[in-house]
Design a protein around this ligand. Structure first.
Ligand code: PEP
Length: 258
């Protein structure tokens, strides 16, 4: 039985007090749940320390949404991996399509971010996924393969063990359009095969591959029931404690039915 991961990506939402209320509401909701599912909450950087403080008394992990590709120095506005580690952050999203598209992050920069996170004992959650054009052209698998190979496949076995992958079709992010369970399963199985070819069967099985893209309380159970879907990276629906916890419950149900 493999447990699931449910990660919430808050993006650029919530004021300080709203963030505090949401973190407390989630912590209270999961307090008495004997969870198999691992929960990771990724609030804006400004709230990471508050989140890790609350997490100490709760059963969730905290992730950042971004990290600088450089170690330190003259990079105005950036936050380094060492800074994240100094406030007990355990995970960090890398390569989200919003960062690739709006901030023009390249595979080369993303590979540096992965390396610097691993050097600071922070687990990367690496996002990959195709645009609608790539999906319609039928070359989505090639796009995903390139993203994964260019950014992750220089890693050693020991390093790769710390990687979580999130398949996030861009056409499904924040649009209300969700990949069908069949579409998600097809890509997840494809990603697992790539990992198997490079790092072997055990690594392929052990690597968590999350689905992200308009996953919500209604569709989570169907998506998480797919053989190769190990949980979800949740955007919009992670901004409501009730919806988020319902998604966690869907993950629990899948683990127990496994
Ligand atoms: C995301 O941004 O990672 C995401 C999956 O967003 P949403 O759930 O809102 O589509």
């Amino acid at each position: 039985m493999k447990n699931k991961i449910v990660a919430g990506n808050w993006k650029m939402n919530n004021t300080f007090s709203e963030a505090e209320d949401l973190l407390v509401a989630i912590a209270e909701s999961i307090e008495d749940m004997r969870l198999e599912t691992e929960i990771i909450i990724c609030p804006p950087a400004l709230y990471l320390e508050m989140a890790t403080d609350i997490a100490q008394e709760s059963n969730f992990y905290v992730g950042a949404q971004n990290v600088a590709y450089a170690e330190k120095g003259a990079y105005t506005g950036e936050i380094s991996a060492a800074m994240l580690k100094s406030v007990d952050v355990d995970f960090c999203i890398v390569g989200h399509s919003e960062r690739r598209n709006y901030f023009h992050e390249t595979d080369e920069e993303l590979a540096k971010k992965i390396d610097i996170l691993l050097a600071n004992q922070i687990n990367p959650i690496f996002c990959c996924g195709e645009s609608l054009t790539d999906r319609e052209n039928g070359n989505f698998k090639q796009v995903i393969e390139n993203q994964i190979k260019n950014t992750l496949f220089h890693l050693s076995v020991e390093q790769f063990e710390n990687i979580t992958i999130a398949y996030e079709p861009i056409w499904a992010i924040g649009t209300g359009l969700t990949a069908t369970p069949q579409q998600a399963q097809e890509v997840h199985a494809f990603i697992r095969k790539l990992i198997e070819e490079k790092y072997g069967t055990e690594m392929a099985y052990n690597t968590y591959i999350l689905y992200g893209g308009s996953c919500n309380a209604k569709n989570a159970l169907d998506l998480f029931s797919c053989t190769d879907v190990d949980g979800g990276l949740i955007g919009g629906a992670s901004l409501s404690a009730q919806d988020f916890v319902e998604i966690v419950n869907a993950a629990e149900t899948c683990t127990k039915n496994d």
